[in-house]
Design a binder for this molecule. Structure first.
Ligand code: ATP
Length: 344
């Protein structure tokens, strides 16, 4: 894999009408630093798109270009069908964004801060303001501190307030840059469930994260950034399936099994005595020659059923067969060459 267009929706082939965000060759250079390098993003309408990557890989810069907050050096971006930043005035009212917590006034309450931001939005009706502010605070779990001054808010509470700000008006697209920054595990779970419920209502959500578990649990699609480049994008299922698969064959006939697997062009990478792992990944033969051994081999393109059929045809007593896929975390490490923080 590794070809960003090779998984799922490719920026070239997808029907533009079906894309909430679409970029072609989007690039940002800060002096000598190429922060974003030729991005072809394709975010379908209705997706929860996890924009993943280690710190410094270019996620925030991409988001800032999508929202017209910074000019691209090259390439183009379309958000909700319109070119950015040219159509920023007509696009932004349809987009809720959380990018670097907004500058809240510390001596106003959470509710007063939101009312102030809302008043600055010329599309937001003042008649419904109080109700919408209360609703947004409720959605992010801040209703009980609505009247408390923001200087008394914790970092996590300020982060929630930023999220509430993005939810003041119904939006077609939400762009959230690391929305769980500063949140405790309970807060993180709440944001995940909020994202799920927004997505159920049809909102497209583009959420950046360096936390794999967030992506795995809420996203329908992922894009992976590494050093300014989009190294893969597609549905979460496609990601899982693209990982290296291994066959685990449990049999008392380990030597014969190994021969059959090698005959199929598979790479046999270990044998484990059932219930006991060999120290060196090699053969760990139990004292009882008829006891089971688990032989492991990379599956590559051979269908699992063909492997089982070949083993059985050769008289190998197959007592167990399993296909094991690389975890998402292993996939991301493969793609980015870096580890990610993993939420436990
Ligand atoms: N205004 C700027 N001037 C110069 N370099 C910048 C600027 N903004 C970002 N960069 C650089 O561009 C690269 C990408 O940064 P960016 O913030 O987009 O990454 P990120 O993936 O969002 O990381 P993080 O999760 O740490 O915010 C980094 O090397 C960063 O130092």
């Amino acid at each position: 894999m590794g070809d960003p267009g090779g998984l799922g929706v490719s920026a070239e082939s997808a029907d533009s009408a079906g894309l909430a965000i679409e970029t072609h060759g989007l690039t940002k250079r800060f002096r000598s630093q190429l922060a974003v390098d030729g991005l072809d993003l394709a975010v379908p309408h209705g997706a929860v798109f996890g924009f993943l990557g280690p710190n410094g890989s270019g996620k925030t810069t991409t988001i800032r270009m999508l929202l017209g907050l910074v000019a691209a050096t090259a390439g183009e971006a379309r958000v909700l069908g319109a070119g950015m930043p040219r159509h920023v005035d007509s696009v932004l009212p349809r987009v809720g964004a959380l990018v670097e917590g907004p500058a809240f006034s510390p001596y106003l309450s959470g509710a007063a801060n939101l009312a102030r931001f809302d008043a600055a939005d010329r599309w937001a009706p003042s008649r419904t303001r109080a109700a919408r502010v209360a609703d947004a605070l409720e959605q992010v779990g801040l209703a009980h501190v609505a009247q408390k001054k923001v200087h008394a808010y914790s970092l996590g509470m300020k982060q929630r307030l930023g999220l509430a700000n993005a939810l003041l008006m119904p939006r077609e697209l939400l762009v959230l840059d690391e929305p769980t920054n500063g949140l405790d595990p309970q807060g993180t779970r709440e944001v995940r469930s909020l994202i799920r419920s927004l997505a159920r209502d049809g909102t497209t959500v583009f959420v950046s994260s360096h936390l794999l578990a967030e992506v795995e649990q809420v996203c329908s699609h992922v894009g992976v950034m590494s050093a300014g480049r989009l190294v893969a994008q597609g549905t979460l299922d496609e990601f899982r399936d693209a990982g290296e698969a291994r066959a685990l064959v449990r049999t008392p006939d380990a030597d014969a099994a190994r021969r059959v697997l090698q005959g199929l062009g598979m790479h046999v990478d270990g044998s484990i005595s059932a219930g006991r792992v060999a120290d060196d990944g090699g053969v760990s033969r139990p004292a009882d020659a008829s006891a089971d051994v688990v032989v492991t081999a990379t599956l590559e393109t051979t269908p699992p059923e063909a492997v089982v059929a070949a083993l059985v045809a050769d008289g190998v007593r197959v007592r167990g067969f399993e296909v094991e896929r690389a975890s998402l975390e292993q996939r991301f490490v493969e793609l980015t060459g870096e580890g990610f923080d993993v939420v436990q």
